[in-house]
Every structure is written in C-alpha cells, then in structure tokens.
Design a protein around this ligand. Sequence first.
Ligand code: FAD
Length: 343
Amino acid sequence: TSKLIEADAVIIGAGPVGLFQVFELGLLEIKAHVIDSLPVVGGQCVELYPDKPIYDIPAVPVCTGQELTDNLLKQIEPFSPTFHLNQEVTLVQRREDGRFDLETSLGQKFITKTIFIAAGVGSFQPRTLKVEGIEAFEGSQVFYRVKNPSQFEGKNLVICGGGDSALDWALALAGKAESVVILHRRDDFRAAPSSVAKMKEMCDNFEMQFIIGQVSGIETKDDKLSELKVTGADGVTRRLPLDDLLVFFGLSPKLGPIADWGLDIERKQLKVISTEKFETNVPGIFAVGDINTYPGKKKLILSGFHEAALAAFGAAAYIFPEKKIHMQYTTTSPKLHKILGVE
Ligand code: FAD
C-alpha cells in the first residue's frame, strides 16, 4: 500500500555507523533513506547499553550510548534523512538497469542506485518461546510485541519474562485485562526497581498474580490455545488457563535475510573487496560497521565512521557518474557550509 520510493542511497541499519553514513553521504549531496527493524535508532548503543559510558570516540572523552546516538541525530539533521523503522529489509535484488529492488517486512518498496549495509550484528528479533506447537498461535494468541494494547482488554493474560518490557506491559494492562499473570523462572527481575515494587504491591492487592515457573507445554481446545503447562521451581507441572500469551524474553540479533542477497559472507560477516571503498562483491552495495570484514577489521565505532566516509565517496561514482568528486574541508568550504546550512 505504501508508495514505491526511488532513491539514490538506502542505508540498512540505524546504528551509529548507519547514522554517520547519512552524514558522509550528505556532504556529497546524496540523500539517504534509513531502515531499521527496531522501533528506535541507535543500534547496539541504544539496544544494549544506552546508559553505559563510551570512552573511545575521538574528541569525546565520555558519552553514553544514548548520548552518542542523540548527537549523531543532531549532526545529520541538515540532511533530513527519511527513517523507516520497525521494519526489516527482507529483499535486495539487482535490476536489469543496474539499480536495486529493495523491500521491507512492512511492504515498503524501493528502487535505489546504491545500498549501504550497516546492519551490525544483524537485525534484532524477539527471542521466542521454545515450546512445541506454540508457533501456530503466533499473532492470534501468542505475541512477542504489542502493537495494539486495546486488543487485550477483557482478556485473561499470561505475561512471560522478567525484564522491563514484561513488567511495563503487565502494569499497563492490569485493570484493563480481565486478569494478568506474570510468569518468570525466578523471583528476580531485571527491571526498574520501581516497576518490580509496583508489581509486588498489585500482587498483594490481588490485582495481578506472579508465578515462578516456565512454560513446558500447551493444551488446545477447538483449535485455540486454552491452557499452558507450567513447571514450577518445585518440579511440579500445573495448568494455567488463558486467552492470550505475551512473551518478552528480550531481543537477539540475527543475520537473517542478508544471507540470501548473493553477497560474499565469511563467518556471518560481509566481505568487502577492498578497504578503499568498502564495497561488497556486488557493485553498488557497500558494507560498513560491525557487519563487514577485511584484514585487520576491528569492531569499533570509530572504524565504522571511517568506513562510512570512504564508502560515500565510492558510491558517489554510481550516483554522479559524470561528476569528479573532490574532498573538501567542512571548516573552509563555502559549498559544504551551504550544504550544512551554516552560512
Ligand atoms: P549496530 O549498532 O549493531 O546497528 C545495526 C542496526 O542494523 C541494528 O539497529 C539492527 O536492528 C539493524 N539491522 C540489521 N539487519 C537489518 C535488516 N535486515 N533490516 C533492518 N535493520 C537491520 N564500540 C566502541 O567503539 N567503543 C565502546 O566503548 C564500545 N562499547 C561496547 C559495549 C557493549 C556492551 C557492546 C555490546 C558493544 C560495544 N561497542 C563499543 C561496539 C559498538 O557498539 C559497535 O561497534 C557498534 O554499535 C556498531 O555499529 P553499527 O552501526 O555497525 O551496528
């Protein structure tokens, strides 16, 4: 249903390197679209360590993962990139005219001259519950993400997990759902202490229930998921009736569809043919940041930034074949000042 987008450059991955790729392309007057499977930008910095300090960004003695991301967003503002979040790039295919067809899991289609794969350790996917037969109910009674909270009103819910997502949703849905049971394998939560306290208080008031245990099986009735078999710390398996199951076991990265695009892969990394342009074996597709590999590669943010700069120059040759591209200093170039809007 979304309109086809024709682009010069599409960046896959909105981690620090994907964001800085926008900047380097922008200086060369190339506008970029950025796609990420997560609902937020920042990649590992935001998903894995938003509050932890980073000490090895040149000229930034210390900043957290979230601060680095916020600063990168500010730095790329003049280039107003278009973000397409919450969607994984599922298809990349070379067209006869030399450009690429690209498609996301939300059905957004692109035709683009160049692609920058800044996919890090892969796209973050929810960890699933490993119980036989449960896949059949995914999207109807079993959910790993909440898109529309109102669908759970009046339902008997079981929420699995011990992190912030599990507790936040349990607290948000209590009172709206018919009943809420939190199911976690131990009485120890990786969530904000205030949420844990609130949850325990609601349990004491019989507004919610907390059970220690793990789902070991399911029962169905009339093709619907009707009960969970829950094995407790005491080794006893009990039955737990429910309408819907919400599972929040965190996210884990998967290389996923990238493996199917005809790119040279070595130990789950994309090989680049040289460190001059960081181009893959497919002309027009560049790989930057943690996803790429070459002799001497170090998975550091600063290496990714350098790669992004050279990849941008490499791509300019495809986008402006008739133009000779010169490197200019942001300090002194009137042209770059104009591009950056700092005249
Ligand atoms: P990522 O940050 O991994 O971002 C990739 C993005 O691509 C993700 O958001 C992912 O969802 C998305 N994606 C992947 N595949 C797809 C797809 N098919 N469709 C759509 N989106 C997709 N580095 C340092 O330099 N200094 C440090 O101090 C430091 N500390 C660290 C501490 C920890 C705990 C960790 C885990 C890492 C640390 N790193 C550090 C490493 C640093 O975070 C990575 O080098 C950096 O995040 C790589 O950036 P990236 O943009 O290449 O990839």
